[in-house]
Design a binder for this molecule. Structure first.
Ligand SMILES: Cc1cc2nc3c(=O)[nH]c(=O)nc-3n(C[C@H](O)[C@H](O)[C@H](O)COP(=O)(O)OP(=O)(O)OC[C@H]3O[C@@H](n4cnc5c(N)ncnc54)[C@H](O)[C@@H]3O)c2cc1C
Length: 394
């Protein structure tokens, strides 16, 4: 401990990034009494992409460990008060995933796999969906996946709650502290250098989203994370539209949508703009972008054509070549681990990622869930994750 600043100059674990991922890892490490833990962020808790998240919570994935992480995350979200000691932010709306007709068999197989992994999901017909959502157009598919328990949460609130609780358990938080470099000696992490001083540690955890590459490049490590720009629009429901509906991910219109409190609908799109910069992107969506989203979503919910635009959100996905996270040891730097590349799924997975990353750090591997397939070196090894039941052109 530095006697003038009151801050630690050594730590057992240094976590860089106080978004939902870093805060969740800090919370789990603190629960397991993993020693002196420091979390730092160049800004403030949740201020990265977590506060921009649409925060959908669903279990519909094609890769079993992803489903397991989502199920674990859901259990934590739905027992938030008991586990984190704060009021819940989770809204149970029910969820439906719509795929193209040609993928009906894959949809069935995925639902079976998800059920086997503990997800509450089932196949419904388009007619059943029409009964639940009379305003929706259901002519272009026959079956869909329905999750009665799923819904959405709040990224900034979840990051803040996890970090606050971690701090109550002794974690040290340093906002506005930019990590300039990971210090490495003989291939081993020995500390981090920040704009406010140095901390010695044998364990550096990167939860730095799209800002990760510059920290690794000086050590000759290049993990393929790209920054992708995304837009979300929040619409004022027209009168006559049902107020509270199902949350939906729709491969046919390439949009997702959900209620946003009362009287508003949030709409996001699948397609982002690659090659973005995580600090220099438009803070407000263009009219063209918003119009495109509204037109696409109104193919599913025609009444949305009459909706007014209330506000919009822009943000960055940290995508990987297989659009799946990199969780694990960073190749070439002993003692450095990462939970990055979370693309558009990092909110719902964050609670589960905290659990498995704490297991990796303290037990040597994910013990609740096998996370081996997410290892960061998989692209260099030519082993991206490609499940047979993926909806390839979704
Ligand atoms: C528009 C949008 C919609 C989304 N919708 C969903 C959704 O519906 N469901 C879902 O599950 N996910 C969704 N996501 C994805 C999800 O929000 C993210 O995957 C998740 O928030 C990532 O959290 P994180 O903690 O990894 O990263 P971030 O929240 O980005 O946090 C990373 C932090 O690291 C800090 N940092 C970086 N470099 C340094 C450094 N050198 N020194 C100090 N600090 C540093 C940053 O300041 C930042 O606060 C969406 C994302 C966006 C942008």
């Amino acid at each position: 401990m530095n006697s003038t600043t009151g801050k630690s100059s050594t730590a057992d674990h240094v976590i860089i990034g106080a978004g939902v991922t870093g805060a969740s890892i800090a919370f789990q490490l603190a629960q397991r009494k993993a020693g002196r833990i420091v979390v730092m962020d160049k800004g403030f808790v949740g201020q990265g992409n977590s506060c921009r998240s649409s925060a959908l919570v669903r279990m519909h994935y094609a890769h079993a460990p992803e489903v397991q992480l989502a199920v674990l995350g859901y259990k934590i979200f739905s027992n938030w008060e008991e586990i984190v000691g704060r009021p819940t932010h989770f809204r149970r709306t029910g969820f439906v995933h719509i795929t193209k007709r040609k993928y009906a068999d894959r949809l069935r197989a995925n639902i079976e796999m998800q059920q086997a992994n503990g997800a509450n999901t089932r196949l419904i017909t388009s007619a059943e969906l029409k009964d639940m959502e009379p305003d929706w157009n259901v002519e272009d598919f026959d079956v869909a996946a329905y999750e009665p328990d799923s819904g959405y949460g709040d990224g900034a609130a979840v990051a803040t709650d996890f970090l606050e609780r971690a701090r109550e358990m002794g974690v040290e938080y340093r906002p506005q502290t930019f990590t300039q470099s990971i210090d490495v000696k003989a291939g081993r992490a020995v500390g981090v250098t920040t704009d406010k001083g140095r901390i010695s540690t044998g364990s550096v955890v990167l939860a730095t989203g799209p800002w990760t590459r510059p920290l690794l490049e000086p050590h000759g490590v290049d993990l393929p994370i790209e920054a992708e720009y995304h837009v979300v629009v929040i619409l004022k429901n027209p009168s006559g539209m049902k107020d509270r509906g199902l949350t939906c991910i729709d491969d046919i219109t390439r949009t997702y949508f959900r209620q946003e409190g009362s009287g508003l609908t949030l709409v996001g799109g699948y397609d982002g703009d690659a090659g973005a910069h995580p600090d220099e992107f438009p803070q407000s969506a263009s009219t063209d972008h918003m119009v495109e989203l509204v037109i696409a979503a109104s193919r599913r919910v025609p009444l949305l054509e009459e909706a007014g635009v209330a506000k919009n959100v822009t943000g960055i996905y940290d995508t990987t070549p297989d659009a799946r996270p990199m969780l694990g040891k960073i190749p070439g730097i002993e003692g450095a681990t990462c939970a990055i590349g979370l693309s558009g799924m990092g909110f719902k997975l964050a609670p589960g990622i905290g659990v498995v990353m704490s297991e990796l750090l303290l037990d040597g591997k994910g013990t609740s869930i096998d996370i081996e397939s997410f290892y960061p070196g998989r692209f260099a090894d030519g082993k991206p994750i490609r499940p047979e039941t993926e909806y390839d052109d979704a």
